[in-house]
Design a protein around this ligand. Structure first.
Ligand SMILES: Cc1cc2nc3c(=O)[nH]c(=O)nc-3n(C[C@H](O)[C@H](O)[C@H](O)COP(=O)(O)OP(=O)(O)OC[C@H]3O[C@@H](n4cnc5c(N)ncnc54)[C@H](O)[C@@H]3O)c2cc1C
Length: 466
């Protein structure tokens, strides 16, 4: 397969990737957008065009931002950008050659551009506890994906567990669609609102988000679902399928609920697989306890000609993703000589102003909904951490005691992070447990060294590379 060449390759057709492509095309750049999903929209606006066309009632129920996103999708389609859905990037070389495969099992293809934008979004932070791998227990966004992509809604006794704006948003979306939620187990610490208080004055600049949050809380609390606050421990139980959950609030005695479906949420974290594979510099974001690539205001990483936009830089929502995508595209237009520095600055001023407004609420939200220790470092040592290789907390602690002091040492010893997801799911938890065992910060422990292939690829596909 020959190497196809572009000016700009964008990975991800979510809000950040689409906005970057539209902006870049305006300056005459030859743009390719690759995304592993079958349709544009990314996580938040998944399947947006089909929704608008085939399920208009549900589309309008999803909110005004969907209308704006639909307009962005139309601008994206009418731009000159070449879009290839269903393509997963599994490797990028240091000379900026990209390798991608399709779900059809066809041969791996390559392309090249002098500038690459990584707009691969975020992923849900795993929430491990005893029983979290039982059928009937899943991430709350998985239920949202089923709803947005196929209109599927859950039935039976539905219990939600976790905290954060996305859990509330998805809960309210289910309620709006007529789903009955039996119980809402809120894991947020009681002190968090007080800790977030100093950031409230600044957050008032984003009062639309605050009002939306209050409305969602009201809807949840008045929905008839049993709301349990300050949940600190949980176990999911059942034979072949979830049947009940037991939970604890503080040091109170354990309570029990029957459940057919348990939806989890412990916040979202940047998807850093590609920036890690490339060796970009990353920094620890303490408030949300995740690593993020180190970026300048244009999204440039520590590696020349590689930039990041959207939630794969820091989780700040779709409106900020659009702005960071546009800023990154302006930088590429300047770097490739399509605009000069003064034009770039003039074009960026209104975007930076809007970004400043958009980001005003983030320190408040990030402090209000902190990730919690019982799920960062599960206390029950039999809890599975690496689902692919079935590695438990006890095995990770045991490896550390035998002298494996970092994730990369633990990995070959017990295969943690060596399965098909290549540590994407267990990476953060593994670092937290190793740090806890050593009584140091995850910063001192580091993260898995991510190697290609970052997505599973067959030997046949590998052999097919020219
Ligand atoms: C599962 C999930 C659901 C969410 N739902 C909502 C919601 O309903 N409302 C809300 O306000 N926020 C939601 N969020 C947060 C939301 O993702 C963002 O704020 C926003 O979508 C970020 O936009 P983005 O363009 O940075 O990334 P995304 O919208 O996530 O787009 C990233 C794209 O990159 C693609 N990609 C990733 N890796 C590869 C690869 N290796 N090869 C090829 N393509 C790749 C993905 O398929 C995806 O389409 C959700 C987050 C997650 C993780």
């Amino acid at each position: 397969m020959s190497l196809t060449k572009y000016d700009y390759v964008i990975i991800g057709a979510g809000p950040a990737g689409m906005a970057a492509a539209v902006e870049a095309c305006q300056y005459g750049l030859n743009v390719l957008v690759l995304d592993e999903q079958p349709t544009i929209g990314g996580q938040i606006y998944r399947n947006i065009e089909d929704l608008e066309e085939q399920r208009p009632g549900e589309f309008h129920q999803l909110g005004a931002d969907y209308q704006e996103a639909f307009e962005l999708a139309q601008r994206f389609h009418s731009s000159e950008a070449k879009y290839r859905p269903g393509r997963s990037i599994w490797q990028i070389d240091s000379d900026l050659t990209l390798y991608h495969i399709g779900q059809d099992g066809g041969p791996s293809e390559t392309c090249h551009a002098p500038r690459i934008l990584i707009a691969t979004g975020a992923m849900e932070r795993p929430m491990p506890f005893p029983g979290w791998t039982l059928p009937g227990v899943m991430a709350c966004t998985a239920a949202d994906v089923l709803y947005k992509s196929s209109g599927l809604l859950p039935r039976g006794e539905i219990v939600l567990l976790g905290s954060g704006p996305l859990l509330l948003l998805i809960a309210c979306r289910l309620l709006d669609a007529g789903v009955k939620i039996a119980a809402y187990l809120d894991t947020n610490p009681h002190l968090a609102p007080f800790q977030a208080l100093p950031y409230l004055p600044e957050a008032l600049r984003g009062h639309d988000y605050l009002l939306k949050g209050i409305a969602m809380l009201w809807q949840m609390f008045t929905s008839g679902a049993k709301v349990h606050l300050g949940v600190t421990g949980i176990e999911a139980q059942g034979e072949a399928h979830l049947q009940k959950v037991q939970f604890q609030q503080g040091t109170a005695t354990w309570k029990e609920l029957t459940a057919d479906l348990l939806l989890l949420h412990h916040g979202v974290v940047p998807n850093v697989q590609i920036t890690r594979q490339l060796g970009c510099e990353h920094a620890w974001y303490e408030k949300q306890r995740y690593w993020e690539p180190v970026l300048d205001q244009w999204g440039n990483t520590s590696i020349e000609n590689i930039a990041v936009a959207g939630d794969s830089g820091r989780v700040c929502g779709s409106a900020n993703s659009v702005l960071t995508g546009r800023l990154a595209a302006l930088e590429t237009a300047r770097a490739l000589g399509k605009i000069d520095s003064s034009q770039q600055t003039a074009l960026a001023v209104p975007l930076l102003k809007r970004q400043n407004q958009e980001l005003a609420i983030r320190p408040f939200l990030d402090t209000l909904f902190p990730p919690r220790r019982p799920w960062l470092v599960p206390q029950n040592e039999e809890t599975l951490i690496c689902r692919c290789e079935e590695v438990s907390v006890r095995e990770i602690r045991g490896a550390v005691r035998l002298g494996a002091l970092s994730p990369d040492r633990v990995k070959p010893m017990i295969r943690c992070g060596m399965g098909p997801c290549q540590g994407r799911m267990c990476g953060l938890t593994a670092s937290e447990i190793i740090a806890d065992e050593r009584q140091v910060s995850p910063v001192d422990v580091g993260y898995f060294r991510v190697r290609s292939p970052i997505k599973p690829i067959t030997l046949g596909q590998l052999a097919g590379i020219d």
